[in-house]
Design a protein around this ligand. Structure first.
Ligand code: FES
Length: 171
């Protein structure tokens, strides 16, 4: 049975092939928001795949539409739709941080294709420097750094997954 590991809880378990990540998390005692009950219509069950992108079922049309609507790109998946076929390591995103209006405007100027991944990276770094609010100076610096790293990853899903893994200090 494939092994699945969830961070930040760092809990793992062997679960039957075909189990979706939302159910896998619940079986391991981890709660993931799932407002629509698993019907690919809310995106609250979003999760970051940091290893094993190829060990999940492919994105179907329902998931694709929801991801697109929520501006979520790789390595995001909807945990209620992604079913395990091999070993996977996933990170549940932290709750969103507060941004001041100017900083949020700056984020809004970024390419929608990578904006949510960019946000995850910037917020993880801001948390590390103990910021509780992202102001314009922090936003400009961290967005520029993160943007460069995303560009270097050539938007390749496996490389983006590795980048997120590194940002969250996942071994
Ligand atoms: S629970 Fe709503 S999209 Fe997954």
């Amino acid at each position: 049975m494939p092994k699945v590991t969830f961070y930040p809880a760092n809990k793992s378990g062997d679960l039957p092939e075909g189990t979706n990540l939302l159910d896998a998390a619940e079986k391991l005692g981890i709660t993931i928001n799932h407002d629509c009950g698993g019907f690919a219509t809310c995106s609250t069950c979003r999760i970051l795949i940091v290893d094993g992108t190829d060990h999940l079922t492919e994105i179907d049309l329902d998931e694709e539409n929801m991801l697109e609507e929520a501006e979520l790109t790789a390595p995001f998946r909807l945990s209620c739709q992604a079913k395990i076929q091999g070993e996977v390591i996933a990170r549940i995103p932290d709750g969103e941080m507060r941004w001041d209006p100017e900083a949020l405007e700056e984020l809004g100027k970024q390419d929608a294709k990578t904006r949510q991944v960019l946000r995850v990276i910037v917020e993880a770094r801001a948390r590390r420097q103990n910021d509780t609010l992202i102001n314009i100076e922090t936003a400009q610096t961290l967005i520029a750094e993160a943007q460069k790293q995303i560009e270097e990853s050539e938007e390749n899903p496996a490389r983006l997954a590795a980048l997120i893994k590194n940002v969250y200090d996942i071994p």
